[in-house]
Design a protein around this ligand. Structure first.
Ligand code: FAD
Length: 576
């Protein structure tokens, strides 16, 4: 059941307290309450997702992201790598967390990513092969709303229709643009090979986008894992408007620190919820380190400056923050079949919205990108520039290209554009999430550390060159493209770098701020079972535990961590 007011809760003592009803937290709550003997309370700071149309209708994402009501409204520190620019750090303030406001792109990444997780943690359970059943528990493959023939657009053998979270191919809303993109793989198959399914563990190549959308509606963790068949469980309670400040009632048992509960605020008052078995932090890559630090878990040096007494000296808390830098290239085109035909035409916009309301079909059923490509740079390019290949293995891409029949943000009235978003997938730059106040309700200090390392900007620059070469050399684009919105042809390295630094924005894939490491490692925040090192009864299950950012958008990886994490908890407390 979902509660809005703490006074309605039957009590404040549960077996498990899950902090954060976001992408991962709702998976954990669902899976633990499959056991009728476990009681679970989810504490979510944000608002209800019920009936929030801009979150439900995929095409309205851009509008949704402008709404401060559903945002934590964090600011980040000025970014030295971006000429001191201050970029947004979006984090959703709604049940479902970022799965309720993200771009819905479903990408698992490469097998090499997870095999590297297994290697650095010393736990084969994090390898691709061992995680595949958990991807399948999460995924509910769903037909696209236009029921078009999807043969050759995905590989059914790497998908599951038995999971909980809907994933689908988009309706064929933009056939002209899609034709040119797919045709590129026939005309330049060596540079841009077709990949029938980028979610097979081997993503290299170009293929059709898959999204967390089912029946034309966003499938957030709240809509799926807290769906009507689950939320009616008597042992599953979710309390909204409940912002956790810190872990409380600490004790030391056999040299390990334990916490009896969590303190949270609602309506200006403070309450304590007790956990008799475990506290699970699923507050995300910003929320989780913030709560740890205010609870006295972190670098003793930082905490003592703020007058917070250190219960557990774990200097890695909040460090190692990693996100994907993204920037875009745009062209005007000789066609009116672009998203501007809807966004700049009120009549068509209203018609498309009416169609979605009537039958959940039409252009409003998908987000803006139609295809993605994942490419590697030659090893030679790294060595001749004195870099080491940052990727986890030969099947992992260095760069992502997102093809869209339209441009993010505003375009001049009457223009028709297309764009390619470029993401650097294995940045070396690192930042941090830390605090500069002992007030747990103050905003943490977020620094993604974008483009501090030369390798990251080098990779971005080569991404631009790959796109320019594609549009120059593949005949399909001739006569369709009119002019670039910013001409980067023949630009020097310095000019391309300047373009990237002045236009880059975050992918919002922040991870690794409470990274897992091997049991005996002298760094890291959680062990491979996701238990906080040096603590007992305290686990972290969210995107913050990834030891590295994956070669893809991060929600599928977060879901798989949550599925396996919940399994570890159930095994620890279930029947022996
Ligand atoms: C704008 C945007 C677009 C994105 N697009 C994509 C995409 O297209 N595809 C993709 O794969 N990934 C995408 N991502 C990334 C992906 O959504 C995240 O990596 C993933 O959802 C993180 O899940 P999480 O469970 O770690 O955190 P969240 O989903 O953020 O969950 C954390 C939850 O904890 C709550 N919380 C935080 N602090 C507290 C507290 N103190 N007390 C109580 N509750 C608290 C939050 O309100 C939130 O509900 C995007 C992210 C953003 C922000």
């Amino acid at each position: 059941k979902i509660y809005e007011d703490v006074s309605q809760l039957p009590g404040l003592s549960y077996d498990f307290i899950v902090v954060g009803g976001g992408t991962a937290g709702n998976v954990v709550a669902n899976r633990l309450t499959e056991n009728p003997n476990f009681s679970v309370l989810v504490l979510e700071a944000g608002l209800s997702n019920e009936g929030v149309v801009d979150s439900i209708v995929p095409f309205l994402l851009e509008d949704f992201l402008q709404q401060p009501t559903y945002e934590w409204n964090y600011t980040s520190v000025p970014q030295a790598g971006l000429n001191g620019r201050n970029v947004a750090n979006l984090k959703a303030f709604i049940l479902g967390g970022c799965s309720a406001h993200n771009g819905m792109v479903y990408t698992r990444g490469a097998m090499d990513d997870y095999d590297r997780f297994a290697a650095v943690t010393g736990d084969p359970g994090w390898s691709w092969n061992n995680l595949l059943p958990f991807f399948f528990k999460n995924e509910k493959w769903t037909p696209p709303v236009d029921h078009h023939d999807t043969r050759g657009q995905f590989n059914p053998s790497v998908h599951s229709s038995e999971g909980i979270n809907s994933v689908s191919l988009s309706a064929l809303t933009w056939p002209e643009f899609s034709h040119h993109v797919i045709q590129s793989t026939k005309e330049l198959p060596n540079d841009w090979p077709f990949n029938v399914d980028m979610n097979s563990g081997k993503p290299l190549g170009l293929g059709w986008i898959q999204s967390t959308i089912g029946g034309g509606k966003r499938s957030s963790s709240a809509a799926s894992y807290l769906g009507p068949e689950f939320i009616t469980r008597g042992n599953l309670h979710v309390l909204l408007h409940a912002q956790v400040s810190k872990l409380v009632n600490s004790n030391r048992v056999n040299g390990k620190i334990t916490f009896g509960g969590v303190e949270f605020a609602q309506g200006g008052a403070l309450f304590t919820a007790k956990a008799t078995k475990e506290i699970i932090l699923s507050a995300g890559s910003v929320g989780t380190p913030n709560i740890l630090l205010h609870s006295g878990i972190g670098s003793q040096k930082t905490l003592s400056h703020l007058g917070i007494s250190t219960l557990l000296d774990l200097p890695s808390v909040g460090q190692n923050a990693t996100d994907h830098p993204v920037f875009g290239l745009g062209w005007t085109v000789n066609s009116n079949q672009t998203q501007e035909s809807i966004t700049q035409n009120t009549t068509r916009f209203n018609e498309a919205f009416a169609e979605w309301n009537r039958s959940h079909t039409g252009p409003f059923t998908s987000e803006t990108t139609t295809q993605l490509a994942w490419l590697r740079l030659d090893n030679q390019m790294f060595t001749s520039n004195n870099f080491t290949d940052p990727s986890p293995g030969p099947d992992a891409p260095h760069i992502e290209f997102a093809f869209s029949p339209g441009t993010l943000g505003s375009t001049p009235p009457g223009s028709h554009t297309i764009s390619v978003g470029i993401a650097v997938l294995h940045p070396l730059s690192r930042g941090s999430v830390t605090i500069n106040s002992s007030n747990p309700f103050a905003s943490p200090i977020i620094d993604a550390g974008f483009l501090l390392e030369d390798l990251d900007i080098f990779t971005g620059r080569e991404g631009i060159r790959k796109v320019l070469k594609l549009f120059n050399q593949a005949p399909t684009w001739q006569g369709y493209l009119v002019a670039p919105t910013m001409d980067l042809e023949d630009h020097s390295d310095d000019a391309l770098d300047a373009y990237i630094r002045s236009t880059m924005f975050p992918a919002y894939h922040l991870v690794s701020t409470a990274a897992m490491s091997a049991k005996n490692a002298g760094y890291g925040v959680v062990d491979p079972d996701l238990l906080v090192k040096g603590a007992s009864g305290l686990r972290i299950i969210d995107a913050s535990v990834m030891p590295f950012v994956i070669s893809g958008h991060t929600q599928a990886a977060t879901y798989v961590i949550a599925e396996r994490g919940a399994d570890l908890v159930k095994k620890a407390w279930g029947p022996k």
